[in-house]
Design a protein around this ligand. Structure first.
Ligand SMILES: Cc1cc2nc3c(=O)[nH]c(=O)nc-3n(C[C@H](O)[C@H](O)[C@H](O)COP(=O)(O)O)c2cc1C
Length: 365
């Protein structure tokens, strides 16, 4: 009997071989949105680590939707071509690979971590940001409010990015609707003070998300799963809540999404509670129980036994592993060993399997 963590999960026509997945993590290392040597080596290492799904970092659907100048993009064909070798390498390892697509809204045009603070000045390569309304994040640039034409252009660009992801061969697509980026800014009553049809009521505020999912589902192949990453709460009174998340998930299920990747926060600076291991798992459980959709848990999940418990107890269908995968890119292979599962190792690494690396003699004392 395999462990719960190493039991395959089938979504539409794709079977993910296990439920230990790599969470999307920006590398801030691209130029002009193009994947380069860094991405090939980084994702290459992760593709030899045994994860059930490798989710490539957020790729911007428009140049002005990048968090920083170092983000990947999918707003032109050169960018999807640059991603293709990463997809092909992952497939050659028997891996499934996805990509997240996003528009950073008012949190765009910032310095990549470690290179500066806040908005990059226009004189230094920064750009005008956009958002539901002209209200800024922290000390960052005041965004321009999108008009209806601008909203339609973002929806259209997201669908075009999805089509490019399909062309590049990705198995899974994730739309970013969390972490205070554009779609989340529309959803939350704290950042969407519009009075037109894209604001006001829950239906108005979430309309752009439904339009995006509908447009993407038309171009993203029917046999491939579509995920949405949602910040399940703003952690702020009067903000977006888990009840809103469940309601949104229900309406997106009817439009053809397959899984909700439950994260939290990111809308306002400094609002996160002190995190503890698996602190966001209750959100995944609520969405899963209320909607029947698959869901993932993320956040401080670092131990095989802990991940196993989350899946076996039915709180989530899979775990998204973030920073631990940067520390230990082959975490899933080690976890399989710990849980007693048989998983395929990359052949060139076969001699490193723990059961093949036992010393034959006692070490010299
Ligand atoms: C370097 C780094 C980059 C990240 N980039 C993204 C991203 O592109 N998209 C996203 O949804 N989350 C991003 N995240 C958040 C992670 O996917 C994950 O949700 C978070 O790190 C919590 O999981 P962990 O405790 O396992 O690291 C990033 C996190 C890190 C550390």
């Amino acid at each position: 009997m395999p462990s719960a963590l190493f039991t395959p999960l089938t979504l539409r026509g794709v079977t993910l071989p296990n439920r230990a997945w790599v969470s999307p993590m920006c590398m801030y290392s691209a130029v002009d949105g193009l994947a380069n040597e860094w991405h090939r080596v980084h994702y290459g290492a992760l593709a030899t680590g045994g994860a059930g799904l490798l989710m490539v970092e957020s790729a911007a659907v428009l140049a002005e939707g990048r968090i920083s100048g170092g983000d990947l993009g999918l707003w032109n064909d050169r960018q999807s071509e640059a991603l293709r070798p990463i997809v092909e390498f992952a497939h050659a390892q028997g891996m499934k690979i996805g990509i997240q697509i996003a528009h950073a809204g008012r949190k765009a045009s910032t310095f990549a971590p470690g290179t500066g603070e806040g908005s990059v000045p226009l004189s230094d390569g920064g750009w005008q940001t956009v958002a539901p309304v002209a209200s800024h994040y922290g000390a960052e640039r005041v965004p321009k409010a999108l008009d209806e034409q601008g909203i339609a252009a973002v929806v259209q660009a997201t669908a075009e990015a999805a089509a490019r992801a399909a062309d590049a061969g990705f198995d899974v697509l994730e739309i970013q609707c969390g972490h205070g980026y554009l779609l989340h800014e529309f959803c939350s009553p704290l950042t969407n003070l519009r009075t037109d049809g894209y604001g006001g009521s829950f239906d108005g505020r979430t309309r752009i998300v439904r339009e995006t999912v509908e447009a993407v589902r038309q171009v993203w192949p029917a046999h491939l799963p579509l995920f949405v990453r949602i910040s399940a709460t703003d952690w702020v009174d009067g903000g977006w809540t888990i009840a809103d998340t469940v309601a949104l998930a229900q309406s997106l299920r009817d439009l053809g999404i397959d899984l909700v990747d439950c994260t939290s926060g990111g809308l306002e600076p400094g609002e996160l509670p002190d995190p503890y291991p698996a602190y966001e798992v209750d959100f995944a459980a609520s969405v899963r129980n209320a909607t029947g959709l698959a869901s993932t848990a993320v956040g401080f999940i670092t131990e095989a036994s802990q991940a196993e418990l989350l899946i076996a107890s039915g709180q989530a269908d899979a775990v998204m592993l973030g920073r631990v995968m940067l520390r230990q890119p082959r975490w899933p292979l080690a976890a399989a060993g710990e849980l007693g599962d048989e998983v395929p190792w990359p052949l060139p690494y076969d001699r490193a399997r723990p059961e093949r690396s036992v010393p034959r003699t006692r070490p010299f004392r």
